[in-house]
Design a protein around this ligand. Structure first.
Ligand code: FMN
Length: 339
């Protein structure tokens, strides 16, 4: 008879540390974890108090962020020798319960083994908002990134020069709208932390990047009405390497899948020494999101643009520790369904 392996506190801690290292929109870290030790289940809940009502009214970006955290949890579980079984949206009566990761037992010979490079990339990955060198990324690496997206249930489209220009143009249009929308700008600004601030959420001002001197790269301007905080413009890479992450459906579970795929792509890129940053602005305006869809695909639901290349590493951003966002199993929190 096989005795059931028991999940110890150190393992739970390391799984949660990996989970919270995931990227999240504006570093909102919109997740909460609950451990059901009896069943060896880690539940992943949405954190309703850390949403962006204007930027992300449907909570799609929140689900992407949570999906990325779930992917890290899975990877860390395998790294610790556990077999994770992931159920997305496991309970229709608890809409805020976005995923349940059950550790069903030790990895067996038939299971996919841990990928140490991918696991190590969890801690090394940071969003890099600086100019990249423009050195082309070899095709096999791009193909590996696309396979990663596919394996997680999403698709990665790498456009040609004209397609890239089109996506940048749509992002620039979204960025201009955001700028002209004082309430959205104010919402974004609340997630930017002054130097020395001790909050574990939000983006430190030191992690922001400069605007593009050529005006070609529509990086998100987080500084809004505070131009004093804006860095001097720099020249960004002329040939931007961009990928569009999309799914063939647009349901809540697809958003969680897209988030897992996003993280799989980012970690694959990081493991190969690439830097990445995200351009999400066009997805925040329904007409522009539709316009970013691939013209030849009837069912293409875009989620985010991934900029990748070689360049300086990003600055690390704070996290609320996995331990302090975990609660023991008990009555559900006041989670709500996306509005
Ligand atoms: C769904 C999603 C959308 C994002 N959109 C943007 C964006 O438009 N511009 C940007 O600079 N960063 C964007 N980010 C990156 C986050 O700001 C970043 O992940 C967060 O600040 C944590 O920093 P880290 O990625 O370095 O760990 C996005 C992240 C996610 C998950």
């Amino acid at each position: 008879m096989r005795t059931q392996a028991v999940l110890d506190a150190a393992t739970v801690e390391s799984l949660l540390t990996a989970a919270v290292a995931a990227p999240s929109i504006h570093n909102t870290q919109p997740w909460r974890f609950r451990l059901d030790p009896g069943n060896q289940v880690l539940e992943v809940h949405s954190a309703p108090e850390r949403t962006l009502p204007l930027t992300d009214p449907m909570h799609r970006a929140q689900y992407l962020s949570v999906g990325a955290a779930v992917f890290n949890l899975r990877l860390a579980a395998v790294h610790q020798g556990w077999r994770p079984e992931v159920k997305l949206l496991p309970d229709p009566h608890e809409p805020g319960l976005l995923a349940a990761v059950r550790l069903t037992g030790p990895l067996g010979a038939e299971d996919q083994p841990s990928d140490p490079d991918l696991y190590e990339a969890i801690a090394r990955r940071h969003t890099s908002r600086m100019p990249f060198t423009g050195r082309p990324v070899p095709e096999p690496i791009v193909a590996e990134m696309a396979s990663a997206a596919h394996a997680a249930g999403a698709r990665l489209h790498v456009p040609d020069i004209a397609g890239t220009r089109r996506l940048l143009h749509l992002t620039a249009a979204a960025e201009a709208r955001n700028h002209a929308h004082p309430d959205r700008t104010a919402e974004t600004l609340t997630w930017i932390n002054a130097p020395g601030a001790s909050t574990p959420y939000g983006i430190p001002a030191t992690a922001l990047g400069p605007p593009d001197a050529a005006g070609r790269m529509p990086m998100r301007d987080f500084t809004g009405a505070l131009p004093a905080r804006r860095l001097p413009a720099l020249w960004f890479e002329r040939h931007v390497q961009l990928a569009l992450l999309w799914t063939p459906h647009d349901r809540r579970e697809d958003w969680l899948r897209a988030g897992q795929a996003l993280q799989y792509v980012l970690l694959t890129a990081t493991a190969h020494g690439l830097r990445t940053s995200l351009l999400h602005q066009a997805m925040e305006w329904p007409d522009l999101r539709i316009a970013t869809a691939l013209p030849r695909h009837k069912r293409c639901h875009p989620h985010v643009l991934i900029r990748f290349g070689y360049g300086p590493d990003g600055v690390s951003t704070p996290r609320e520790s996995g331990h302090s966002v975990a609660r023991p199993a008990g009555p559900p929190a006041t989670d709500t369904e996306p509005g």
